[in-house]
Write a protein that binds this ligand. Structure first.
Ligand code: IVH
Length: 726
């Protein structure tokens, strides 16, 4: 292994950690995934591969040690008595065989020893832990980050599949088709039993919910629509108001358990039967077999009826049946060695590529979209697919008129996989060299894959897209100002830049067709209500390249006020300007070095060179500064972010973690400290208020002792966090 390889691996692991954390946040906290499960899984696998190859390069913030993302802010937090775990994935029969072989090796069993497994569908929902004490439901919690979830007890009580008390009568199951089980003596209900399973929504209920949300919305363009049943289930369960959850058709099925005072069986299969007998649905398709061929046949059988199941599943989960073996196998990072998720491949179909349309985005990016002859893929009718960029069109060699194979994975935009009618004699598709909207030249910047319209603010498509983004639901969220109004106001010259929205008058609206006293007043009021947007929404609304909702929130939390933010951007710009290009330094290297300097000035975790550079570019651009000045002149005032930090013994203090932590990752410890209003530093100095020292602490601990800084242990830290947060 050469040092170069190592350096590349380390750099890739760093990128993967950031990417996976980003996607975790989008998926678990914001319910707005950007990539398919398959793409996400590919990142996780690549990370695991590199970690296996270079174990000494495993990072402290390695994604393999983190499950999901932190819980949402508004629900009370619950620390799981036993962590809620994740699953390792497999995509081929060979990987399943390797899973069984690994189990045998770990347990030192002969190569032909029987290992019975259970197999059941992997439902695409949201995991939930239900705690029953003396048979009575006392707590329901989401997974959250695996260690701490959210208290959703009141919401879970509204779900029909979740009994308030466990019964010792007849069992139920998904769709109620399993022959009812009679509770037998071994099904006696233990004092404490945490049922773990999946809250989900059927495809039919999901479609009806979206239709209802659309019908109920004041402004159909801004109607809340869930991207898929999983997001709908998550959004419905994690509500502050249980009445909203009650109105949503949620379902539950159990697939395991957490803390228990006693177990009603010695195998996975038997305990699941007991859970079913207590009245909680379990998977209809739960089987047990020691024959690998039978297990794989079950996988194929489930895959074959996937589209007819009525709810989304994305694979089959195998578990070692004997609980004594499960206990011996234990866990690797956050996934059990005794379980495996065998994922289904993405669903595919063939159809005709009717046309290639070019869409112009907010930043001028030209995105080719394949218009398809409607085709059903896994029960969903697909009419469009992304072609990403010019390179992708060239790689696929597709032209309008070709037959193509497409793929739909999870909830992301379908993709074109392959041209089924390649013909080298026919001319290739020519990507436009001019913007289809404003006819400006379309160019590809050096080192970029995207082709962009150079029209900037003369391009009507870009301007309208920016305005649309400015008022969109996650930005300023101005009710009654959707794309139709924005487009017509723009076309007629009424609104050309964001500030014009705030100087709109009722008279100007009344002078237009189809506007009356009440509708005009409503819009003026809706605009007036958004004159003080929260800082994070305002930053997102500006449409700065690379600044999505999550980054905008991170920046707002870090700087709290517009003034604070503006000041740091000033410092970042100055830090970039001060860096002349070195002799023999390439333009790209220079750009990266300047951006890194800007990122250092911004010092916000998660904000690297690319984002810092984009922020500087935006604020250096005179036109953008003029837009901001106009907005402020029109009376817009971004509201400071009041970020609740609990008062705790460490609020406002500087802490240092040293030594190895045994129950927490460094990241989690840091996040806990920050939530309590403390700052975490990497080195001990006279400014340090407290050191949390784990085993193996060395020079930092010694220095703290020399300086007389308070030193506590990890268990003491955990107790402090629990006291401060409960
Ligand atoms: S077992 C100890 N079984 O998938 C392992 N999980 O990707 C706990 N899931 O967090 C999970 N169906 O929320 C298991 N039949 C099933 C499942 C299942 C869905 C979810 C579960 C888990 C996630 C891991």
């Amino acid at each position: 292994m050469t040092p170069i390889e190592q350096r590349q691996a380390a750099a890739e692991l760093e990128t993967l950690a950031a990417q996976i954390a980003h996607h975790n946040r989008l998926y678990h906290t914001d319910d707005t995934p950007e990539v398919s499960d398959a793409e996400y899984d590919a990142l996780v696998r690549r990370n695991a591969e590199l970690e296996q190859q270079f174990p000494h390069l495993i990072r402290e913030d390695s994604p393999s040690g983190i499950v999901g993302a932190a819980p949402a802010a508004h629900l009370a937090k619950v620390r799981h008595r036993q962590p809620m775990l994740s699953l390792e994935n497999a995509f081929s029969d060979a990987e399943v065989a390797e899973f069984v072989a690994r189990i045998r090796r770990f347990l030192s069993l002969p190569a032909d020893a029987e290992v019975a497994l259970t197999a059941e569908p992997k439902i695409d929902g949201l995991s939930c832990s239900l705690r029953y004490e003396k048979g009575v439901l006392v707590l329901a919690a989401t997974r959250g980050d695996g260690t701490t979830g959210e208290d959703v007890t009141l919401n879970a009580r509204t779900i029909q599949d979740i009994p308030q008390t466990l019964c010792s009568g007849e069992g139920r199951s998904v769709a109620g088709q399993r022959p009812a089980l009679r509770a037998s003596p071994e099904h006696v209900i233990p004092d404490v039993f945490e049922v773990r399973g999946e809250v989900y929504m059927s495809k039919e209920d999901f479609a009806a919910l979206n239709a209802r949300l659309l019908a109920e919305a004041d402004d159909p363009e801004k109607a809340r629509q869930f991207a898929n049943p999983r997001n709908a289930a998550a959004g419905s369960l994690r509500q502050k108001d249980p009445a909203i959850t009650a109105a949503r058709p949620l379902r539950f099925y159990a697939h395991g358990w957490g803390e228990t005072s006693a177990l009603p069986g010695e195998t996975q299969f038997d305990v699941m039967q007991a859970i079913s007998a207590w009245g909680i649905p379990i998977a209809l398709d739960l089987v047990r077999s020691a024959d690998p061929a039978e297990i794989l046949a079950h996988y194929r059988a489930i895959e074959a009826k996937r589209a007819d199941l009525g709810f989304d599943i994305d694979g089959v989960v195998y578990k070692v049946d004997r609980l004594d073996l499960q206990a011996r196998l234990g866990f690797v990072s956050r996934a059990p060695r005794w379980a495996l998720a065998h994922k289904f491949p993405a669903e595919k179909a063939e159809t005709l590529l009717e046309a290639i349309d070019i869409q112009v985005g907010r930043t001028g990016k030209l995105t080719p979209v394949a218009r398809l002859k409607p085709v059903s893929v896994g029960g969903v009718t697909v009419t469009n697919a992304t072609l990403h960029n010019a390179d992708e069109i060239a790689r696929l060699g597709v032209r309008p008129g070709d037959r193509v194979r497409i793929q739909r994975a999870g909830d992301v935009i379908p993709q074109v996989l392959e041209n089924l009618t390649p013909d080298a004699d026919l001319p290739a598709y020519e990507f436009p060299t001019r913007c289809p909207e404003c006819d400006s030249e379309a160019v590809r910047e050096e080192g970029e894959v995207d082709i962009r319209c150079t029209g900037g603010l003369i391009c009507p498509a870009q301007r309208v897209e920016r305005l649309r983004h400015f008022v969109s639901r996650h930005a300023l969220d101005i009710e009654g100002l959707g794309i139709t109004n924005i487009e017509s106001f723009f076309r007629d010259g009424l609104v050309q830049s964001p500030a014009d929205i705030f100087t709109l008058t009722k008279e100007a609206l009344l002078a237009r067709e189809r506007w009356a006293e009440i509708s005009a007043q409503n819009l003026i009021d809706a605009i007036g209500a958004k004159r003080r947007p929260p800082l994070d929404r305002f930053l997102f609304a500006l449409g700065i390249r690379h600044v999505g909702e999550v980054t905008a929130r991170d920046l707002a939390r870090r700087y709290r006020s517009w003034a604070g933010f503006e000041e740091v951007i000033g410092r970042a710009i100055a830090a970039r300007v001060d860096l002349p290009q070195a002799l023999a330094e390439s333009d790209e290297k220079h750009r990266q070095r300047r951006n890194a300097a800007a990122a250092a000035a911004i010092e916000t975790s998660g904000i690297g060179g690319e984002v810092a550079g984009a922020l500087c570019d935006f604020f250096e651009e005179p036109h953008n500064r003029a837009v901001l000045a106009d907005l402020f002149a029109a009376g817009l005032v971004p509201d400071d972010l009041v970020w609740e930090t609990k008062q705790s013994p460490v609020t406002g203090k500087t802490l240092v973690f040293t030594g190895s932590l045994e129950t927490l990752s460094r990241d989690e410890a840091k996040a806990q400290a920050e939530k309590l209003g403390a700052k975490v530093s990497g080195s001990v100095s006279a400014k340090t208020d407290m050191v949390i020292a784990g085993p193996g602490a060395g020079s930092k601990l010694k220095k703290a002792q020399d300086l007389g800084v308070e030193v506590i242990t990890e268990p003491e830290w955990n107790a402090l966090v629990t006291d401060a947060t409960t």
